[in-house]
Design a binder for this molecule. Structure first.
Ligand SMILES: Nc1ncnc2c1ncn2[C@@H]1O[C@H](COP(=O)(O)OP(=O)(O)OP(=O)(O)O)[C@@H](O)[C@H]1O
Length: 559
């Protein structure tokens, strides 16, 4: 980010950029205009173009940004706009290099985004569409770097104000000849929640890992909990030794990996609803359970045998037998429930630490119960810390926490889940208490609608299923139809970033990871060959896997 952003925003800056076309006519329907160009490559969908215009209330001309939407090819002479009496035909011919014979033109629709107002820290509507003949330029890359992230621009920050923590996620997808960096304010993502949505294999966990890398850099030192049903995030521990993550003051991120056999939930932390879903009691059993839990409600911790005893003491006549059988079956015989806490928040959440819960061996219900218990504890602890109750022992978490849910449709489905009520609560109230969620899913249509619509920032990648596309349309208010139409065409690592962290949606290429990516699909042919060699005791005939472990695409260098 440059500090001389005032100069970057000056309208005369536009003349350094290539001319990409000329406005043919305003188009009220799209809140924009149609322009003509010969160079279709320079103006692919989602690209930013710009023109200068005098706007009411501003002394100088402003740079107005517009986004390229649809395009149509027009062969032959550009008769439709050459016939427009307000257009200077010579000027258009010069601009486009249009020669009389067989020149190919493209009619392109663009919607006006507005001019950037640093006071307002956002775009303003110029309230007037450009007139025919207005010359259009490619929007300057340096300007886009300043105006896309939703932050106070450097020129408007006090010297003693700390720089906002920025996550350098990648670059603008459409700019192939220059690197225009896409940075997102970490604060905004953590406070207003995030959704990363894409079909399987499109790069969701890769993108989430890039974000986690950025959050754990010395500039940010975030506190993050990852709920990871497939063990996709363990390679993050490479951050501990990687030079990109070492601070001048000796900082190095901590990465805690908790395997499912190291996870357990304290019985006293479960609510009646949790017990209800674990034991699935009949109506009669429910009232036995209720009485037993009433007896134990003042205990800070209790064991399964204390619970059994409480059931028996209230109902010695045998009425409790059915429930006791279920307690034995689902609680006593499970390693997952315990009288004592193995989810101590002090160990799990610390600044500069990411804790990854590898929940692979747990049933879906246990995954939900664990996520619910932890989120409830965090919520209560952050609420107590912010509302300011120093007497409350739970107020120990003094810093914001970001939680990330891989396979979010398991935890917050469009249906029943132990974790859904608390995820809903965190998404609607968590901002006040510095508790944020990131939801990752390949099935947005299977996520609870309220939860999804409360994710303020969205990173959306290739998605082909029509129901999922519709769920995304419904949850992303301002991305614009034309940009969303790009979704099926995006390839691995390409994303639309929209919502609270950006002033306008942006098509991006997510950067390469510093750490290895461990979530690649298994290479079946190699594994078969290896298994065959093992079985025969022969020296290996297998060739190395074709998948590129570094995750670097052909011809794509590190940004
Ligand atoms: N930005 C990127 N740069 C380079 N490679 C990428 C990028 N994003 C994804 N990839 C590659 O694409 C593949 C799939 O990525 P990833 O594992 O993140 O997909 P996913 O959407 O999480 O899949 P799943 O739903 O199966 O978990 C990986 O091989 C990864 O190396």
């Amino acid at each position: 980010m440059r500090s001389d952003d005032a100069a970057i925003l000056a309208a005369d800056r536009l003349s350094d950029e290539p001319v990409v076309g000329t406005v043919v006519e305003p188009d009220d329907d799209v809140g924009g205009f149609v322009f003509a160009t010969r160079d279709e490559q320079a103006v692919s969908t989602g690209e930013f173009v710009a023109y200068s215009q005098c706007v009411v209330g501003s002394e100088d001309d402003e740079i107005i940004l517009a986004r390229v939407n649809n395009r149509e090819r027009e062969s032959g002479l550009p008769t439709s706009f050459m016939a427009d009496p307000t257009v200077d035909a010579d000027q258009i011919a010069t601009t486009l290099g249009a020669e009389a014979d067989g020149c190919e033109l493209y009619r392109i629709t663009a919607s006006v985004i507005g001019y950037y107002d640093p006071e307002f820290e956002s775009f303003r509507n110029p309230r007037q569409l450009p007139s025919s003949g207005t010359r259009l330029y490619r929007a300057p890359g340096e300007m886009l770097e300043v105006v896309i992230p939703k932050i106070k621009p450097p020129s408007h920050r006090d010297n003693d104000e700390p720089d906002p923590g920025m996550a350098q996620m990648g670059r603008l997808l459409n700019r192939t000849d220059e690197r225009v960096s896409v940075e997102l304010p970490v604060n905004e993502i953590a406070a207003t929640h995030l959704a990363i949505l894409a079909s399987t294999g499109s790069g969701k966990s890769y993108t989430a890992s890039v974000l986690l890398e950025e959050m754990l850099k010395p500039d940010t030192r975030a506190s993050v909990l990852v709920f990871d049903p497939h063990g996709e995030y363990e390679s993050l521990d490479q951050m501990c030794d990687h030079e990109a993550f070492q601070g001048a003051d000796g900082y190095s991120p901590a990465v805690e990996l908790r395997r499912s056999d190291q996870l357990s939930v304290k019985l006293a932390d479960l609510t009646f609803d949790d017990f209800y879903s674990i034991l699935e009691p009949t109506q009669r059993m429910s009232s036995v359970l209720n009485d037993a839990l009433d007896d134990l409600q003042d205990e800070e911790s209790f064991t399964a045998s204390q619970l059994l005893k409480a059931c028996h003491s209230n109902h010695p006549d045998g009425q409790a037998n059915g429930l006791k059988w279920r307690i034995n079956r689902h609680i006593v015989q499970s390693d997952f429930f315990d009288g004592y806490d193995r989810l101590d928040l002090d160990d799990l959440v610390n600044p500069g630490q990411v804790t990854v819960f590898q929940m692979g061996g747990l049933t879906r219900r246990d995954q939900q119960v664990m996520a619910a218990v932890l989120l409830r504890k965090l919520y209560a602890s952050r609420e107590a810390a912010v509302v300011g109750n120093p007497e409350d022992v739970r107020s120990e978490i003094k810093h914001p926490v970001f939680t990330l849910f891989e396979e979010a449709h398991r935890f917050a489905p469009d249906g029943d889940s132990q974790a859904l009520p608390i995820i809903r609560q965190v998404n609607s109230e968590g901002r006040k208490f510095g508790l944020g969620t990131g939801l990752i899913s390949q099935r947005p249509s299977k996520i609870d609608e309220t939860v999804l619509s409360q994710c303020g920032t969205q990173i959306t990648m290739n998605i082909t299923n029509p129901n999922d596309q519709q769920a995304i349309r419904d949850s992303i208010e301002n991305a614009g139809e034309a940009v969303l139409e790009e979704l099926p065409g995006l390839t691995k690592g390409q994303a639309i970033i929209s919502g609270d962290a950006v002033n306008t949606p942006v098509l991006s290429k997510i950067r390469n990871r510093h750490t290895d990516h461990k979530a690649d699909s298994l290479s079946a042919d190699q594994l078969w060959r290896e298994a065959y060699d093992d079985a025969k005791g022969a020296p290996s005939t297998s060739k190395p896997a074709r998948s590129d472990e570094s995750g670097v695409f052909d011809g794509e260098e590190e940004i």
